[in-house]
Design a protein around this ligand. Structure first.
Ligand SMILES: Cc1cc2nc3c(=O)[nH]c(=O)nc-3n(C[C@H](O)[C@H](O)[C@H](O)COP(=O)(O)O)c2cc1C
Length: 368
């Protein structure tokens, strides 16, 4: 079941980086949900390689073919199959690296698990796999939008350069998805310098879900924050997750960390919109630590299945910084988790229906 995700909204992804296609099958969406191909295309373009000189030059059009489950622009209740053909695959570029373990990539662990080297480019452990997640996430976002919820993400830092403020509209236009116009060119320089010196750079991104009503999340193993963290770390290159103030909370006192309440609702949102794994009604805030791209052209020491020492320089089409592309993937994963939790809440008890269809939907829970 390692390629399936979700409990009520179930997504199965398939396909390898340099095979004929990648794709997803999405089950559990209600019938009648609007599916806009233009919106799917817009979201796919946000993740797409070849869109700027700050990401891999692999030039995939990433057009999504909807093979089933949709008629006249709306879901019909059966599984939605989404296909994205790989039109710029070049398996021959990996001929040399396929004999060696790429440091930081998953070749060694794949070899230990399956007893053979992974297919070209990492197969399922390539960033290419995440195209399917974004296509599936587009459907989850459409479902969220129908309930008044939305997700957005942006880059908070790259290498030593951190945003001092967040202007989401600016991030949307910037190739690195940098959230702060004042540091954007400095951030771009860091990526260009790393790239031109044969290296790569990491960073932090933030994803915020707004309009999520209080009450979503299934204690104890289906806690919303637990599912979000798992979903985010399942994205290649993501090595850390914070919910709300996250690691900063451990430096605070209880009196500083708690989100106090009044009749208006919560007075702050340091918990990042979840308490006890259940949404509070405030924005859900998730931050991700993204490591530097493993594939770099600088010489590195490694070995291969034969155990001999070797030097490796990786040339080819790689992202010098994963952040801008991970933003789109993290948004999709957040949407899949939250949409799943929303469907779970509707089946959990009669109250669930009131959130979406009853008076509480109109008035909103406290603090929204
Ligand atoms: C959208 C996206 C694009 C990626 N592009 C590259 C790339 O060009 N080169 C590379 O070495 N790794 C790339 N990665 C990262 C690897 O997939 C990842 O580091 C590898 O699978 C090892 O997993 P881990 O870093 O989570 O342990 C990308 C990841 C994502 C999500």
């Amino acid at each position: 079941m390692a390629d399936c995700f979700g409990r009520y909204l179930r997504v199965t992804t398939f396909g390898e980086s340099h095979g004929p296609a990648v794709g997803a099958v999405v089950e559990g969406l209600p019938a009648g949900l609007e599916v806009s191909l233009d919106e799917i295309r817009r979201l796919m373009d946000r993740r797409r390689p070849g869109a700027s000189d700050l990401v891999s030059s692999r030039n995939e059009p990433d057009r999504v073919e909807v093979l089933s489950g949709v008629e006249s622009g709306r879901t019909i209740g059966s599984p939605v199959a989404l296909l994205i053909r790989n039109l710029d695959a070049r398996p021959e570029e990996y001929r040399r690296t396929r004999k060696l373990f790429r440091p930081g990539h998953a070749d060694f662990t794949w070899f230990e698990k399956f007893g053979r080297m992974p297919p070209s480019g990492g197969g399922r452990l390539s960033g290419r796999e995440t195209a399917a997640r974004v296509a599936a996430g587009a459907l989850a976002m459409s479902f969220m939008a129908s309930l008044g919820m939305k997700v957005r993400g942006y880059t908070l830092s790259v290498g030593p350069v951190s945003c001092r403020k967040v202007v989401p509209e600016f991030a949307e236009q910037h190739p690195l998805r940098c959230a702060d116009p004042d540091v954007a060119s400095e951030m771009t320089d860091v990526v260009r310098k790393a790239s031109s010196s044969g290296d790569s750079v990491g960073g932090r991104i933030e994803v915020v879900a707004e309009g999520v009503p209080a009450g979503l999340g299934e204690p104890v193993f289906g806690k919303l924050d637990a599912l979000l963290a798992g979903a985010m770390v399942s994205v290649g290159g993501v090595k850390g997750v914070e919910i709300g103030e996250g690691f900063r909370l451990c430096r605070l006192k209880g009196s500083e960390a708690n989100d106090q309440m009044s009749r208006e609702g919560f007075l702050s949102n340091r918990c990042g919109g979840t308490l006890g794994g259940i949404s509070t009604g405030r924005p859900i805030v998730v931050r991700l630590a993204v490591k530097p791209t493993p594939s770099i052209s600088n010489r590195q020491r490694t070995t291969g299945p034969d155990g001999e020492d070797a030097d490796l320089e990786i040339h080819g089409r790689h992202d010098p910084c994963l952040c801008p592309r991970v933003v789109a993937v993290a948004e999709a994963m957040a949407a899949l988790v939250i949409a799943d939790a929303a469907i779970a809440q509707r089946t959990r008890n009669m109250d669930g229906y009131y959130y979406f269809f009853g008076p509480r939907a109109r008035n909103g829970p406290p603090g929204v």
